[in-house]
Write a protein of this length. Structure first.
Ligand code: FE2
Length: 440
């Protein structure tokens, strides 16, 4: 065995055997006990059967279908149509695979289908045979309904969160990072794909990366190898050169998915791309401007305190000048919603910041908050749950947070949010934005 592989194997053994030890973060933050990780019994299947099917938006009127087969000869084709079992169209795509330590992935297929009608159910089949799947495309106009939750993992809490989301009739799922909690254990990507397939094969799931997407074995190549191969997002469609940051538009919303774990300083590729993307935003066409990223900028929990500060110092002025309405983050395993805020102060033209890293991962909740509560923090609670953003029209949206311990219709936190475009903040700042975008 090569020296590098031997080191990696020893480290893998150490990390695996230490997983039951309670984790202490910092001096005074101790995570509460998590719920059990789900088990996934092996079931016989044909090697050409599609597994881990999920879909994502892929440019105007298009959807990317992603699935995995054990069989390397299965073609990357998707047949689809608007009647069950009747496929009037076919698209061909691409495939990839990867090796990591002793793990080899199956064949990962990515096929873009379209143009598709909005708000329409399509039936589709992957690889030319097998099960019939169905999906619903999002509406082209308001209202649109997003489900939002980060830090999902694959525990009994995750299952509870997914059951709640399944009942909420959403159009698009937004996931601000920490998806499978696979870290270096690649097979956990496969079990996560199996867990979410019933939801993720029927509605688009739009993700950005968290720290748990990054493989962390020293001396070996690291850097989102599995995430980039398995969860390909529309970065090329949005002019980005990296799957770690991109944007998409749907029904009057421009959503920007930023990367907390790639370069973000002012001469980085991400910052340059962000300026170019903001310059393309037309608030007549997309009155709402959303941003998602993993490490929150406004966080009054002791967990991960200050981890978003340097990214915030670089990018908050740019996002403020652009008039971002809502910024959604994960990472902290709790829920928190801010008032409109900028540069640490209440600001009627600032963004509402929401931390929604309470999906149900194996690490448990982050229960300790800084006291007294900062003046910008409107609501905070350490419970597992999910968020819903119903954008009703160009001026009004209803944000709600739903605890897993409650029935789905119960809203534990709820607030109406006016778009910045509708209250005069965007035109007031267009000169400021132009100056920032034209700057070096
Ligand atoms: Fe995280």
């Amino acid at each position: 065995m090569e020296f590098r592989a031997l080191c990696a194997a020893l480290l893998l053994f150490f990390l695996s055997s230490s997983s039951a030890i309670a984790v202490t973060i910092g001096e005074d933050y101790v995570r509460p006990r998590p719920r059990k990780t789900l088990s996934f019994p092996w079931r016989p299947k044909r090697s050409s059967d599609p597994q881990q099917v999920h879909i994502s938006l892929a440019g105007e009127k298009h959807m990317r279908i992603t699935w995995i087969t054990d069989d390397q000869s299965t073609p990357s084709v998707v047949e689809y149509g608007t009647s069950p079992g009747v496929y009037s169209s076919i698209s061909e795509g691409e495939s990839t695979s990867y090796n990591y330590l002793f793990y080899s992935s199956g064949k990962i297929h990515h096929v873009v289908i379209g143009p598709l009608e909005s708000n329409t159910t399509y039936y589709y089949r992957c690889g030319g045979k097998g099960q019939d799947f169905h999906l619903k495309t999002p509406p082209s106009q308001f209202p649109i309904h997003f489900a939002v939750v980060g830090d999902l993992g694959q525990t009994e809490w995750t299952k509870s969160t997914l059951d709640h989301i399944n009942n909420c009739q959403y159009d698009v799922h937004l996931l601000p990072g920490d998806i499978s909690y696979a870290d270096y254990q690649q097979h956990l990507w496969d079990s996560f794909g199996q867990l979410v397939q019933p939801l993720a094969s029927t509605r688009p799931w739009m993700t950005t990366e968290g720290n748990h997407e990054k493989e962390r074995i020293i001396l070996l190549e690291s850097g989102f190898q599995a995430y980039n191969a398995r969860w390909k997002m529309p970065y090329q469609e949005s002019g980005s050169t990296s799957n770690l940051y991109y944007s998409f538009e749907v029904a009057g919303v421009h959503a920007i998915m930023l990367g907390s774990y790639t370069d973000y300083d002012e001469d980085s590729n991400q910052y340059t791309w962000l300026k170019a993307d903001l310059a393309k935003v037309d608030r007549q066409r997309t009155p709402w401007l959303l941003v998602l990223l993993h490490a929150p900028w406004y966080n009054s929990n002791w967990a991960h305190q200050g981890e978003g500060d340097s990214m915030m110092a670089t990018m908050e002025p740019l996002l403020y000048a652009a008039g971002v309405d809502i910024l959604l983050a994960g990472h902290v395993h709790a829920y928190e919603r801010s008032e409109r805020v900028y540069n640490g102060e209440l600001d009627p033209c600032g963004a509402v910041h929401i931390t929604i890293g309470d999906g149900g991962n194996r690490e448990g909740l982050a229960e300790r908050y800084k006291n007294p509560k900062p003046h910008w923090s409107a609501f905070r609670e350490a419970s597992f749950g999910h968020g819903e953003l119903r954008i009703v029209n160009s001026s009004h949206a209803l944000w709600s947070w739903h605890r897993n311990d409650d029935d789905e219709p119960v809203q534990s936190d709820q607030v109406w949010i006016n778009s910045l475009a509708s209250i005069g903040c965007v035109p007031r700042r267009s000169h400021e934005l132009r100056k920032v975008l034209m700057g070096p």
